[in-house]
Write a protein that binds this ligand. Structure first.
Ligand code: DHE
Length: 510
């Protein structure tokens, strides 16, 4: 049908009976799937916030050739190269108006699975605490793995382009998954069934779950909001407009939970502030610092009072100490970082972190009689190791290229760090936690991107992604570093073990 209307329109154009600019072409050929407003429908949103991740001529190629294994058709026979170029440029233009996406609009998108029947106990015999989810971005699915046998117990469809770690309820029964188009999906791990989904934002970054399991916070770029959902039924609890102290609106780069503080902590993109949004019954009363402000009706029970902390720089990538007293933030310039004491709301130290560290992927471990955190760098081949007591850099480990993810586990002697970018993207470094030396570099598939690691509950096995359309998850013995099993997967990205996640294992990002 799409091809037919597009063909008619192209014929009219070529016969001189009609003239159409890219907006009309979009309306004719794309709007039925991607929405007249470009905000998505059965296809993803086509707005710059989503598309800027497609570099160079890739966008034109997709319009020209379509996307295999999806409903996206090829338009090579329908439009000229110039028309396709104009269309690619058109969908990269910002929207004329930022659409309103408040409580009512969000609530309208809620879809619950009518066939869902909650099980009274897991419908499988595997250890529910050792389930590992594999996000397969190749065809937008998640595989549910038995962490002992590595058998696939279920494979379910997700919204398009999942990003960030899925978040488990405190007992590991439910998991919440977010897509870049702002859809949040709830899945029941015990019943192996989707519960429902809701569109909490139009372009979103990540989600965090409160430690009591009641609330889910969704960090949005578009609009400039934080959406708070009830985890029970995905209903909207609040939508917070994000405006700095001087009224400047800001995108939310990421949201994290801070369990001991009963708060969500927000990294903001456009204002030099960190926000704390409290969900507990007794939010702290900050009566002593002058650069904070708690908004919300007294006595600050609901709806979610906000504390705004001014920071000396824009900090939009975070890492917390295990007690959630301190937050380490990477500077936007990528040339350093700062430590903010969350209790007093002030900077306490500077960090020596060049090369754009990816603090969101940081992990910690015991090193001698202190604790260190390590973070890969997105712009150079380095893993920085920082002492969490003195905030000094203990070592810069030279790697074969910039990396994205790191993982370890309490029960292993090693840290695994990928090389995500450049000619050595097929390499995975294994680093000794005490000597801080690379002890082995694995290259399981020559030339493929090999990235992201997750451990089984007991730390005995490490699961590595071969991040390709025709990819795999490779299971390694975490002690001998020998390959044990290879599971074919469609561009597997992140992997998430229930136990490691709900216990806040120090070897995993939170
Ligand atoms: Fe991510 C996690 C930010 C690009 C795959 N990414 C995160 C988190 C943040 C973040 C803040 C932690 C949130 C969480 O898990 O709750 N990512 C960013 C960016 O700013 C960046 C560099 C640019 C962007 O386009 O947003 C970026 N990320 C990517 C990718 O290009 C990746 C490789 C592919 C993709 O799917 O988009 C990617 N990011 C991931 C994954 C995680 C993640 C798989 C979860 C890691 C984990 O183990 O928890």
């Amino acid at each position: 049908m799409i091809r037919f209307t597009a063909l008619i329109s192209a014929l009219l154009l070529s016969s001189g009976l009609a003239t159409a600019g890219p907006a009309e072409t979009f309306s004719e050929s794309c709007a039925s799937c991607h929405g007249e407003d470009r905000l998505g429908g059965t296809g993803p949103a086509l707005i710059p916030q989503t598309l800027k991740r497609m570099r160079g001529p890739n966008l034109e190629k997709v319009i020209l050739n379509g996307r295999p294994a999806t409903q996206m058709p090829a338009f090579a026979d329908v439009y000229s190269a110039e028309e396709i170029k104009a269309m690619a440029a058109y969908i990269k233009e910002p929207l004329d108006i930022v659409p309103e996406w408040g409580e009512d609009k969000i609530a309208e998108t809620l879809t619950l699975n009518e066939d869902y029947v909650p099980a009274s106990k897991p419908v499988f015999s595997a250890d529910p605490m050792n389930i590992t989810l594999v996000v397969e971005t190749g065809d937008h699915h998640v595989s549910v793995l038995d962490g002992d046998t590595f058998e696939v117990l279920d494979r379910f469809e997700t919204p398009f382009a999942v990003h960030g770690g899925p978040k488990f309820s405190p007992n590991g029964r439910y998991v919440f998954i977010m897509s870049r188009d702002g859809w949040v999906q709830k899945y029941d791990v015990w019943s192996l069934q989707q519960v429902g989904r809701v569109r909490a934002g139009l372009n979103s970054r990540n989600i965090a779950i409160s430690h009591d399991g009641n609330w889910l916070a969704v960090a949005n770029y578009l609009p400039n909001t934080l959406t708070l959902l009830s985890t029970k039924d995905l209903s909207v609890a609040a939508v917070k407009d994000i405006k700095g102290k001087d009224g400047t609106p800001s995108r939310v780069s990421a949201v994290y939970q801070a369990p001991p503080r009963e708060s969500f902590v927000l990294a903001l993109k456009d204002v030099p502030e960190i926000w704390e949004v409290f969900y507990g019954p007794n939010p702290p009363h900050y009566g002593f610092a002058h650069d904070w402000r708690v908004e919300g009706p007294a006595p600050h029970t609901k709806p979610f009072p906000v504390r705004k902390i001014t920071t000396p720089d824009y900090l939009d990538d975070f890492f917390f100490d295990q007690k959630y007293e301190y937050v380490m933030g990477a500077s936007r310039s990528g040339e350093g970082g700062q430590v903010i004491d969350l209790v007093i709301g002030h900077k306490t130290a500077d960090l020596d972190l060049p090369g754009m560290p990816h603090l969101g992927s940081g992990i910690t471990w015991k090193y001698g009689d202190t604790t260190v955190m390590a973070t890969p760098h997105l712009k150079d081949g380095t893993v920085s190791v920082i002492d969490m007591e003195t905030w000094k850099t203990v070592k810069r480990i030279e790697t074969l290229g910039p990396g994205f993810f790191m993982r370890s586990h309490e029960n292993t002697d090693y840290v695994w760090a990928d090389v995500f970018f450049g000619p050595n993207k097929d390499a995975m470094h294994v680093i000794d936690k005490q000597s801080l030396e690379i002890v082995k570099t694995l290259r399981p598939v020559e030339g493929a991107t090999v990235a992201h690691v997750e451990f089984t509950r007991d730390g005995s096995h490490a699961l590595v992604s071969v991040w390709e359309d025709d990819g795999a998850v490779i299971v390694y013995d975490a002690a001998t570093l020998e390959e044990v099993k290879r599971l074919p997967m469609r561009k597997p990205s992140g992997k998430y073990n229930v136990w490691n996640k709900i216990t806040f294992s120090e070897g995993t990002s939170h």
